[in-house]
Design a protein. Structure first.
Length: 91
């Protein structure tokens, strides 16, 4: 997962620089050293994102435990809602 998020972050950094030059109607490679710079910064942010997300989930679970609520699991935004009941239609 970390390799994927690093790649996505690096790609986002490159695209951000290309978009910035395009909006200002400059040549895309006007300052070519900024492309690898933004790629490195984006890759670093993408590499750190899963760890940050796990730490935040752990903090939320501690707060929920103090309030007597169940913990959040990976990818779960609303832990007390059964989505299968919400999707059923009454006939």
């Amino acid at each position: 997962m970390t390799l994927f998020t690093t790649f996505v972050g690096a790609t986002s950094g490159i695209l951000l620089q290309l978009y910035s030059n395009g909006v200002r109607k400059l040549p895309y490679l006007r300052q070519p050293w900024l492309l690898p710079t933004f790629a490195i910064i984006g890759g670093y942010v993408g590499h750190k994102y899963p760890k940050l997300e796990a730490e935040l989930r752990e903090d939320v679970n501690q707060i929920r435990a103090r309030r007597g609520l169940g913990p959040l699991r990976d990818g779960q935004s609303m832990p007390d809602v059964d989505f299968s009941k919400l999707m059923k239609t009454e006939e």
